[in-house]
Design a protein around this ligand. Sequence first.
Ligand code: SF4
Length: 328
Amino acid sequence: MTSKERVLSGMRPSGRLHLGNYLGALANWVKLQDSFDCFYFVADWHALTDDLDTSDVAGNAIEMLADWLGAGLDPERSTLFIQSLVPEHAELHLLFSMTTPVTWLERVPTYRERIEQQHLESPSYGLLGYPLLQSADILMYKPKWVPVGIDQAPHVELTREVARRFNHTFGALFPEPDVKLTEIPKVPGTDGRKMSKSYGNTIELADTPEEIVRKIRPMVTDPARKRRSDPGNPDICPVFDLHKIFTPEAERQSVATNCRTAGFGCLDCKDVLLKHMLPPLERIRERRQVFAEKPDAVKDVLIEGSRRARVVAQQTMKEVRDAVKLTP
Ligand code: SF4
């Protein structure tokens, strides 16, 4: 037993992670391990709300786990598990669906956005119930904290309401978790837009140094700086956003000055960035590669983590069943 406060978070198995995923969530997860009892899960049931073709899901989970482990998640200290290997989540989701008004789910912004963006005429029940399954994922482990970016905070607020309503109906079972806001740096992709798989502009944690160099060299810069002699503006340059992440303060200031005075060219500037960017990413890549080459070992990590998570889930469900009092 640990007396540390518990943290819970999950990610959909979308395959290899990119720098945006790492800096927006994973790097923070790794840090949290030092002070909290961390539960991190692969949200494979949630992947079905995107696509019913499941042929890639298991392989994507292994690739993602290789990135988690490469980035420094430690299965000895954190419980790393797969949602579908803990079927208690589905039972809790079902019980929550009895106490949660449909209108709460219909007003979730991401639900409305998905319907509009994908022109869904007949959205599935699973899509509507997605935030409720997420509430079950969270409350099952009674965490104190849920680390999320600001855009996910409404989901945690819904989870608190779900817990309140359930507690009011069946007794005080679930503590309300708090949001632990993750500061997410601006991570531009190579085309200057937000880094995203769907834009094809990512730098993956699995990329070799050569691949990263190949992606950074032609990266979009301040569009007004057309010639080497034109002064640039680092404040609007996506390359400089990466400098803010990787380049130490003092050198970053000299980069900004050189940019504004046309003291060096954009390729020189990118070389400075690569000098600072490649070593930490190479350490992650080397570690993740060791795991990616041993998919069975990664699978074992997930099976063992799921077994541990299930012990907690079964205890929670025992308390829930006792409170709901269905069984004679
Ligand atoms: S010198 Fe660097 S910061 Fe300035 S525009 Fe070029 S790439 Fe961007």
